[in-house]
Design a protein around this ligand. Structure first.
Ligand SMILES: Cc1cc2nc3c(=O)[nH]c(=O)nc-3n(C[C@H](O)[C@H](O)[C@H](O)COP(=O)(O)OP(=O)(O)OC[C@H]3O[C@@H](n4cnc5c(N)ncnc54)[C@H](O)[C@@H]3O)c2cc1C
Length: 443
């Protein structure tokens, strides 16, 4: 089989995780792969950089994975990257704006009781809140909501009809939804939410969190580049694609920004949805890759803080969920450095950076008063204005499949129809789907 693939060339457009994983899965099967990235670096929305002024390495944003990220683990295995920390049981420490601390920890029972036990022990909630949550998870497990209801409703409607309490939403569902979907319940499709509950909560082990044990580029990007080099792939950054030429329903070539023409047997287009329209003419977009323009971007803001002393003793578990605040998470990065995350950050992303730092430090000090004695000696705000797409009910109709109506053109990206929110796993799953689709076309 590998010999059949060896004579076949594939051009991958875009070097984020979707493009890189497509290239890696294809190169591993023996395809002759070229990958073109418009930016000076690979990684797209997953990258680390060195801030020369302060001598600090920084990730663009804290990323968190889950034990159901199986395609991602596959990708990491192929590229020989293993720096991840796997929780043995789901365990999240929360601190609220009054300084109270609570732990959500799954117990050792079969699913979904492992989580039900954890919820019962979660002291941020009262009995009625806990029972409401468990009842909703059970209704989802038993398929009590119809497909027509789920595809019509956003999650706030689901919460209303399932009589979720104010505290169950504010202290449990909302932090979960914002973390997973980068959106508030009112902008999150009930269908996507219930799918996530099934794959994340109902199967044992799947709700465990997985944290990067190092910088993002060192884990997800640089080893992929080394792997591709070892397979003699052609890897070009600073090399954007300007146009995709299509004739008789087939891609005939692509044109680089420097006007060079490139030809291959197959093409995987793995750019973000908002970059597509520059590459195709309107007729092709309307006939073949329509819909995507209904997707809306959602920002994430990360605030990196370095302190005058080590703060590691406060962050023994690595991170805290912050409750009742603008900021939602605080992660330890190094012994004296943390990263505060504001997701679904439409309003915050519009603010001045100094104002954002003030809010983040204030939230941190309210939730973890023991942090007040440390001084911030460095801060950096990174606004990712198009971090993900908004996973509302409209988005269900606006995500195209991997296979297009154009014979040799495949799509990849976290916004394609993966059934997952815009995540690392969604991006890698789409990359794998594009590689599988090419192999299917050759059979
Ligand atoms: C701050 C932040 C926090 C996040 N947190 C999490 C998290 O905790 N967990 C999680 O699972 N996910 C998280 N995500 C989402 C995750 O990072 C993305 O879903 C994933 O990286 C998307 O990968 P992609 O390859 O689909 O797109 P991208 O990474 O956007 O890659 C597309 C690439 O195409 C390139 N490109 C564009 N136009 C052209 C062109 N004309 N020619 C050539 N190349 C082109 C771009 O430069 C880019 O490199 C987060 C994202 C952000 C920004």
């Amino acid at each position: 089989m590998q010999d059949l693939y060896r004579n076949k060339s594939v051009t991958v457009i875009g070097g984020g995780l979707a493009g890189l994983s497509s290239a890696v899965f294809l190169a591993e099967k023996g395809f002759n792969v070229s990958i073109y990235e418009a930016a000076p670096k690979f990684g797209g929305r997953v990258y680390s950089f060195f801030d020369k002024i302060n001598g600090l390495k920084i990730d663009n944003g804290q990323h968190i994975l889950a034990s159901w990220y199986l395609n991602t683990f596959d990708y990491l295995k192929i590229i020989g990257s293993s720096k991840l920390i796997f929780q043995e049981q789901l365990e999240v420490n929360f601190a609220d704006k009054c300084g109270s601390k609570f732990t959500l920890k799954a117990v050792n029972l079969p699913p979904p009781l492992h989580l039900a036990g954890g919820i019962m022990g979660f002291k941020a909630l009262g009995l009625n809140d806990k029972l409401a949550i468990i009842k909703l998870i059970n209704s989802i497990k038993k398929g009590k909501f119809t497909i027509s209801e789920l595809s019509k409703y956003n999650t706030d409607k689901l919460f209303k009809i399932s009589k979720q309490t104010y505290r169950s939403i504010e202290y449990f569902w909302k932090p979960f939804i914002i973390a997973v979907f980068n959106a508030v319940p009112g902008s999150t499709s009930a269908m996507m939410f219930t799918d996530m509950i099934k794959s994340g909560f109902i199967k044992k082990g799947n709700s465990n969190l997985v944290l990067p044990d190092g910088y993002l580029s060192d884990i997800f990007i640089d080893p992929a580049i080394s792997f591709l080099q070892s397979k003699n792939a052609s890897i070009k950054s600073n090399c954007g694609i300007e146009k995709i030429n299509i004739k008789n329903n087939t891609v005939t070539s692509i044109i680089l920004e420097n006007k060079t023409e490139i030809k291959s047997d197959f093409y995987v287009c793995a750019v973000p949805f908002y970059s597509l329209k520059n590459m195709f003419n309107e007729q092709i977009l309307n006939e073949h890759i329509n819909l995507v323009f209904g997707l809306k971007p959602s920002p994430i803001v990360n605030i990196h803080l370095k302190f005058n002393e080590k703060i590691d003793k406060i962050f023994t578990n690595g991170f805290f969920g912050l409750l009742g605040t603008v900021s939602q998470w605080a992660f330890k990065v190094t012994d004296d450095q943390i990263c505060i995350v504001v997701s679904a950050a439409d309003k915050v992303a519009e603010m001045d950076k100094h104002e954002i730092i003030k809010i983040a430090v204030n939230d941190l000090n309210n939730c973890l008063p023991e942090m007040k004695k440390y001084n911030v000696i460095y801060s950096k705000v990174i606004k990712e204005m198009r971090a993900t797409f908004v996973p509302d009910t409209d988005s269900l109709q606006n995500r195209p499949d991997t296979k297009t109506k154009i014979n040799n053109l495949l799509l990849a990206g976290d916004w394609t129809n993966t059934g997952l929110p815009a995540t690392i796993e969604g991006a890698v799953k789409s990359g794998k789907s594009s590689a599988n689709a090419i192999m299917e076309l050759l059979q």
